[in-house]
Every structure is written in structure tokens, then in C-alpha cells.
Design a protein around this ligand. Structure first.
Ligand code: NDP
Length: 286
């Protein structure tokens, strides 16, 4: 057999990207599948995003992840947008199909896969409270509505961002979405099945911060999930566990959004355990 030294290349465009650990996880998946693929972190300033997307074509790259500040700006450089990414209004993954660059969003899909696989909960018919209205909340909220939840209450500090998100989500999905402004302590309603923190409260280095929510009114069995993955054990999750409530950490979402991007790029199912353990190692989590 002739030698083939040509690797396939994917990666992430962002600024900053030096501390982004996704590549460690993807390369563990490639190695486990015996694929000669590389994942590289590219520092791309906003004014160079168009040129960087042209390079995806020129270099024959198989796909790319987008992170801050490019998730919305990249849309103008794409040929197509998946319906979910259009509804969310942001793209974190581009897959290349022939000569087309197609925008996808795997964040909410990753969250959902974690709810199903790691927490063992089917979101269909569930009543959900979602804290936050930024990019992560939009992705999670959109996929939850598309998965058939029966009620989504978006709770956000700023009225403007929260009501815009709810308006966009209703227009895109026609789903059962409501907004409540967050002031003071939010008492979790007894009928809530799933509480999700999609704010950045509790994110390193503010590890002692916790969303101002009262869990004492939550019913037994309410699943408490956090998008924050650094640290994986947030104060919110610790408080939920103390009350005996089931929890789902942000590492689950992070791993599965990468697993789904891997599937989109390679057409193969990755070794999830290898990806997860590489990520936990990289983040120093045992
Ligand atoms: P954004 O900056 O887009 O949104 C931040 C949200 O947090 C806003 O709703 C903001 O409210 C709210 N918020 C921030 N600080 C406070 C506070 N002190 N009190 C009340 N609300 C607050 O961030 P993202 O949506 O991109 O990210 C949110 C979190 O999700 C981050 O921790 C990020 O690391 C995590 N994430 C995790 C992923 C994973 O795979 N696990 C993937 C993507 C993100 P307001 O509108 O009022 O400002």
C-alpha cells in the first residue's frame, strides 16, 4: 500500500483560544478510531474571520469549531445554516459537505444528549426552568423546545436580553416559552422537572458564587443541571446534591457537543470514554 502522510485537519477559530481544551478531547477520539486527523487551535481576530473561513476552503479542511467572539459573525461566511443553528442564531460547528460550508450548533444538542444518556431523563413533556439568556441558554432552550418539553420558563437578570430570547425562540419554534425577570431569590416552582443554570455564575475564578435560587420548594426528583464546567462541581450542584436532588454537570454537555461535532465531521461514532477521560485529564478533574 502506498504511504499516505496527509492528515485531515479540523480545529477552532476564536480569540483567545490558548486554553480551549476541545482539541485534546477530539484528538483522543481520532487516535482511538485510528484516524489520521488533527485538531488545531487557531487564534483569529475578528477582522480576519473572513480570510480564515476562506482558508477552510483553500486548505481542504473538513470542518471548524467557532468560539468567542465568532459564533454569530461566522454566519455571513457560510453557504447554509442548519435549522437549529438558525433558530439559536449562532454557530459553534461548521461541517464541509462538498464545496459547501454548513453552520451547525452542537451546544444544545450536547446538553440534551447528556440529559438523556448521563441523567437518564427523557425531556419530552418536561417542565423546565432555564436561568440565563446568553448563547448557551439560547442553544439549550432551542433544543429543549424541539425535543418536546411542555413548558420553558426563561429567568434572566436583564429584561431586554431575556425577552428578546423568548421572542426569538417563540418565532422560530412556536414552542411554550415564557419569560420572568430575575430579581432577588428565585423560588424553584414545585412543578419544575428540570432546572438549568446557563448563566456564567460560578465559573472560575468566581467559584464561590451561586445563582440566587431557593431549592427548598423543588420537588424530589427535579434534575438540576449546570452549563458551567469549570469547576464541574459548582456550588449550585453541591447544594442540589445536599438536598438529594439528581444533578448533571457541565462536563457532560462539553463532551457531547464535541462527540456530535466528531460525528458530523467524520461520519463515525467516536470512543466517548476516551474523549471524556482526555478532557477530564486536561482539566485536572479526577
Ligand atoms: P453569555 O455571556 O452569552 O451569557 C451570560 C448569561 O449569564 C446572561 O444571561 C447573563 O445575564 C447571565 N449572568 C452573568 N452574570 C450574572 C449575574 N451575576 N447574575 C445574574 N445573571 C448573570 O455567556 P454564554 O451563554 O456563552 O455562557 C454561559 C455559561 O455557559 C458559561 O459559564 C460558559 O462557560 C458555559 N458554557 C458551557 C458549555 C458547555 O459545553 N458546558 C458550552 C457553552 C457555554 P444578563 O443577560 O442579565 O447579562
Amino acid at each position: 500500500m502506498p504511504a499516505n502522510y496527509q492528515a485531515e485537519v479540523v480545529g477552532v477559530f476564536g480569540q483567545p483560544v490558548a486554553e480551549n481544551p476541545t482539541g485534546v478531547m477530539q484528538e483522543a477520539g481520532f487516535a482511538s478510531a485510528g484516524l489520521n486527523w488533527r485538531y488545531l487551535n487557531f487564534e483569529v481576530p475578528p477582522e480576519k474571520l473572513g480570510a480564515a473561513m476562506d482558508a477552510v476552503d483553500a486548505l481542504g479542511m473538513r470542518g471548524i469549531n467557532l468560539t468567542i467572539p465568532h459564533k454569530v459573525a461566522v454566519i455571513e461566511f457560510l453557504d447554509e445554516l442548519a435549522p437549529e443553528a438558525r433558530a439559536i442564531g449562532a454557530v459553534n460547528t461548521v461541517r464541509v459537505e462538498g464545496s459547501k460550508k454548513i453552520g451547525e450548533n452542537t451546544d444544545g444538542k450536547g446538553f440534551l444528549r447528556g440529559v438523556r444518556n448521563d441523567a437518564g431523563v427523557d425531556p419530552s413533556g418536561k417542565r423546565v426552568v432555564l436561568l440565563g439568556a446568553g448563547g448557551a441558554a439560547r442553544a439549550i432552550g432551542t433544543e429543549l423546545v424541539l425535543a418536546g418539553i411542555s413548558d420553558l420558563l426563561v429567568v434572566n437578570r436583564s429584561q431586554g436580553r431575556g425577552s428578546t430570547m423568548v421572542g426569538d425562540l417563540k418565532a422560530a419554534t412556536g414552542g411554550p416559552v415564557r419569560f420572568q425577570q430575575w430579581s432577588g431569590t428565585f423560588a424553584v416552582p414545585a412543578e419544575c422537572d428540570l432546572l438549568v443554570n446557563a448563566t456564567s455564575i460560578g465559573l472560575y475564578p468566581d467559584v464561590n458564587a451561586a445563582p440566587d435560587v431557593d431549592l427548598s420548594s423543588a420537588r424530589a426528583g427535579t434534575l438540576v443541571a449546570d452549563a458551567v464546567f469549570n469547576p464541574p462541581e459548582t456550588r449550585l450542584l453541591a447544594a442540589a446534591r445536599e438536598r438529594g436532588l439528581p444533578t448533571l454537570d457541565g462536563l457532560s454537555m462539553l463532551v457531547y457537543q464535541g462527540v456530535i461535532a466528531f460525528e458530523m465531521w467524520t461520519g463515525q461514532s467516536p470512543d466517548e470514554a476516551a474523549m471524556k477521560s482526555a478532557l477530564r485529564n486536561a482539566l485536572g478533574v479526577d
